[in-house]
Design a protein around this ligand. Structure first.
Ligand SMILES: NC(=O)c1ccc[n+]([C@@H]2O[C@H](COP(=O)([O-])OP(=O)(O)OC[C@H]3O[C@@H](n4cnc5c(N)ncnc54)[C@H](O)[C@@H]3O)[C@@H](O)[C@H]2O)c1
Length: 351
């Protein structure tokens, strides 16, 4: 891909309706003309659509990339072709009207004149600590629409990766999932399409009840023997607790040997008792073996929200931390559902 047009052609309006609509609207009305914006979101082919929208809106844009992942060199070339400056994170500093951030990495080096928008939980927590902040700080993490990406998008990506690389048919097999948070819920949902035999291990009593309500079997994480017995009977075991070494620290590794193992979490959840070769994708989040770890249709609404939150900050100038306004959040979820053949009721039964 050489330019923004190529990216928009690749991800058609059918796949990314929010990005296409935003681009057309922004091009027509140029709502951010003259605003300076620094954009710190993982720089990939997909996020180019988001930056293209901001450029179309008339913004004076600087693009950077978060420290926790490598920037995509092809994406940098597209930015150069589009005359959008790319600046490595360590060199970004100064005053901007808006900081569009991921992981609150701009908090120390940049000053916002009008507002800040944050994409992640970790970043939202960092910004939340700044109680005395002088501009609105809008979080798109504390929203329903975020579940479209984290729950459905990651669940689908993990399911797609495991079923592609497993050399066995997993239909009707026994699946054991650790963690019934946003990611675990999505994984359970996608595997429930091919097997009724799903057990979920959880540490939280409210979540243990929810697992049963959703029609899965639950096991309390503190009951090591029950967990090991469930592991021993499983064909596939997937971790999604967010906790490093959770399996090695709590359970006998022999109960897990010879099973298909996959980690969905950012940390190595199987841990020290397991070698890299024992776990799919060498213990890394398994969906990252795919060219598209999360499909564009699940990223489209959160990209849209992260840009449109600028309007939230402009319309409501109350300073300090808050979530994206509920009306916008709900409207995005229902539009997404209608476009992709879901209903809001169906989504509500999943997350
Ligand atoms: N692979 C990806 O693309 C991707 C995408 C988003 C997030 N993640 C990662 O997935 C992980 C989970 O994220 P999340 O948003 O679902 O977190 P979450 O906090 O919503 O869910 C984690 C769940 O694990 C449960 N848990 C805690 N201790 C446990 C234990 N000992 N046994 C079983 N369950 C336990 C918690 O009660 C909670 O319900 C994180 O590491 C996150 O960074 C991966």
């Amino acid at each position: 891909m050489k330019c923004f047009d190529d990216v928009f052609r690749h991800y058609s309006p059918d796949i990314a309706p929010f990005m296409h609509q935003m681009f057309a609207d922004y091009q027509a009305s140029q709502p951010y003309k003259g605003f300076t914006i620094v954009h710190n979101v993982p720089l990939t082919q997909t996020t180019l659509m988001k930056t293209a929208c901001l450029k179309a809106a008339g913004a004076d844009l600087v693009v950077t990339n978060p420290s926790f992942m490598n920037e995509d060199m092809d994406a940098i070339q597209v930015l150069a072709n589009e005359q959008v400056p790319y600046v490595p994170l360590e060199l970004v500093k100064g005053e901007f009207d808006f900081l569009l951030d991921c992981g609150a990495e701009l908090v120390e080096s940049c000053y916002a004149n009008k507002g800040i928008v944050e994409l992640t939980r970790t970043g939202a927590m960092r910004y939340q600590q700044h109680k005395e902040f002088h501009v609105p700080i809008v979080s798109v993490d504390d929203t329903r629409l975020k579940c479209l990406e984290t729950c459905l998008g990651t669940g689908e990506g993990v399911y797609r990766a495991i079923t592609q690389v497993a050399d066995v048919d997993l239909t009707n097999k026994n699946v054991l999932i650790f963690g019934f948070g946003k990611v675990g819920i999505g994984i359970a949902y996608y595997f429930s399409k091919i097997t009724p035999n799903i057990i979920v291990v959880e540490a939280d009593s409210g979540r243990l009840k929810l697992i049963e309500q959703r029609g899965y079997q639950s096991v309390d994480a503190r009951q090591a023997q029950l967990v090991e017995r469930a592991a021993d009977k499983s064909d596939l075991i997937v971790t999604a607790t967010g906790l490093k070494d959770i399996i090695s620290n709590n359970y006998h590794p022999l109960a897990f040997k010879g099973k298909l193992l996959a980690n969905a979490g950012a940390e190595d959840e199987f841990g020290f008792a397991f070698e890299a070769k024992d776990v799919l994708a060498d213990k890394k989040p398994v969906n990252f073996i795919l060219k598209e770890p999360t499909l564009m249709e699940f990223l489209d609404p959160i990209f849209y929200a992260h840009n449109i939150a600028i309007d939230d900050a402009l319309n409501n100038t109350q300073t300090g931390f808050r979530a994206l306004d509920k009306k916008t959040d709900e409207a995005i979820v229902s539009q997404w559902a209608a476009h992709h053949g879901w209903t809001v009721e169906k989504l509500n039964t999943i997350f």
